[in-house]
Write a protein that binds this ligand. Structure first.
Ligand code: BG6
Length: 481
């Protein structure tokens, strides 16, 4: 299937760091369809050769085994082209159209890896140039909007040019093998489904912890914050996959319909519940992995007294028959004790304990990163005192070991799916807008509250109030047990 893939923002960080390396891996694995052309467009003027040289330099920075050999790079680079484009100039889109028209690719994918404020302009110009036929797809990188109104505006413009099935909204978490495995765990196995409800489950905890700080992204991050950066998209997407009803098929819309229902069932926030159920924090100086690090306010280009949150923990509920009353705790933060993304499903204790002192309920830990695995915690008899003394044991599965290099990285998966037109792992506009609708009262309450975020030490698990949030229900975060 001949395809043309166009990267707007062709000299940007995302293209260098994620998209080109992912395409190269797809190429190396023999998964990139034959006859493809890759076109990077950006403001600078340079010939293809210069762009390829840059790309080669960048690929030298790629870690060990993923780095191409010279021979591999030459073969890959032959697919890569570069054109200068001023995105505000209609005639530059006409030139793009001519380039695409040199041959008729079966599929054309426009990947908007630019600053999001250019999304509407690019889509409008593509539409005006007639670059929106049914064989064309548009991929939109997050962040898609800053709030509900801006997301709706972007979606309106996108829909005025493309149909919903031509729009591929990225949440790169959906491309991670470990996240796709959630679907397999729930809907490829009969084992857990009878237990997947309020009768058996006491609470669910979703943690997306990072040990990194904001790095060089200060200005972007400061106008975004953890709620918009991680909760509105990645954490909510994970929650929908954990809480959704079984879809009737594995088709994109069957899945997205069910995810939307979960988002619509989330308990809405009020001013009072934001104060009670949401904790925001900001890191101050501390130590991560044995190294001293500065606090958020001392990071490059962060305004003094910025109220930007680098940590959020919240409690919510999915208000339907399956989940009524079960707390879902979501937590994310920068400069936390470890890079650790996991979902912990805490089961209820046995109804009538007969073993003294053995009251640790079962727990399923779905590990998303850095390891990709599953851990089921059980109690077993140690066998030394008539079976009365029970000890925790765990069944551990390591998917990286089990499937090894056959696993495909997140951007590689998503790029291949966009080329193939598979929408399963992309976010539909109504899902995305509903997620904004749900977080917006939190943003409103914060902007009206002069208290600001609570300080936490870099290298910790966030403010003490985050522990209190869970302790109030009689539970604790997994690392506190
Ligand atoms: C991005 C956020 O969407 O996800 C970043 O903008 C964050 O702030 C990143 O660091 C985390 O992604 P991953 O794949 O490293 O967990």
């Amino acid at each position: 299937m001949a395809f043309d893939l166009v990267f707007f923002g062709g000299t940007g960080d995302l293209t260098w760091r994620k998209l080109m390396p992912a395409l190269f891996q797809a190429f190396r694995h023999g998964k990139l369809p034959e006859g493809g052309r890759i076109l990077a467009v950006a403001r600078d003027d340079m010939p293809d050769e210069r762009y390829r040289d840059w790309l080669k330099e960048r690929f030298q920075e790629v870690e060990g085994a993923k780095r191409p050999s010279d021979e591999e790079f030459e073969r890959f680079a032959a697919l890569v082209h570069y054109r200068r484009m001023d995105l505000s100039q209609p005639e530059h889109y006409t030139r793009l159209k001519e380039w695409l028209g040199e041959r008729s690719a079966e599929t054309v994918v426009f990947y908007l890896a630019t600053s999001p404020h250019l999304f509407t302009q690019i889509c409008e110009q593509l539409g005006a140039a007639g670059l929106n036929g049914p064989h064309i797809r548009v991929v939109l990188e997050k962040p898609l909007g800053h709030d509900l109104a801006s997301a709706q505006h972007i979606n309106r413009v996108v829909r005025s040019v493309f149909t919903e099935s031509q729009a591929f909204r990225i949440d790169h978490y959906l491309g991670k093998p470990s996240v796709q495995n959630l679907m397999a765990l729930r809907f490829g196995n009969a084992l857990f489904e009878p237990l997947w409800n309020r009768q058996a489950i006491a609470n669910i905890q979703i943690t997306l912890a990072e040990s990194l700080g904001v790095g060089t992204r200060g200005p972007f991050y400061d106008s975004t914050g953890a709620l918009r950066d991680m909760i509105q998209n990645h954490a909510l997407q994970l929650l929908t996959m954990i809480a959704m009803e079984p879809p009737s098929t594995n088709d994109a819309d069957a899945i997205r319909d069910e995810k939307l229902k979960v988002l619509r069932s989330l308990k809405p926030f009020t001013r009072e519940s934001v104060a009670r159920d949401v904790v925001r924090g900001q890191y101050r100086a501390g130590s991560v992995d044995g190294k001293s690090v500065v606090g958020y306010l001392d990071e490059a280009k962060i305004p003094a007294n910025s109220p930007c949150e680098t940590f959020v923990a919240l409690r919510t509920e999915v208000q339907n028959w399956r989940w009524a009353g079960v707390p879902f705790y979501l937590r994310t933060g920068k400069r936390l004790a470890a890079r650790d993304a996991q979902i912990v499903v805490n089961f209820r204790p046995v109804p009538h304990p007969i073993f003294p002192g053995a009251n640790q309920p079962n727990r399923l830990v779905i590990k998303l990163q850095p390891e990709d695995g599953l851990e089921l915690q059980l109690l077993a008899a140690k066998g030394n005192s008539h079976g009365e003394s029970l000890a925790p044991v765990s069944l551990d599965l390591d998917f990286d070991k089990a499937f090894g290099s056959a696993r495909v990285g997140a951007y590689e998966r998503l790029l291949l799916d966009a080329i193939a037109g598979k929408l399963n792992l992309f976010v539909r506009s109504d899902e995305q807008e509903q997620a904004w609708r749900w977080v917006e009262p939190v943003l409103d309450a914060w902007s009206a509250d002069s208290m600001g975020p609570r300080a936490y030490n870099a290298g910790s698990w966030g403010p003490a109030a985050a522990s209190a949030l869970v302790a109030r229900d009689g539970f604790s975060w997994a690392e506190e047990q």
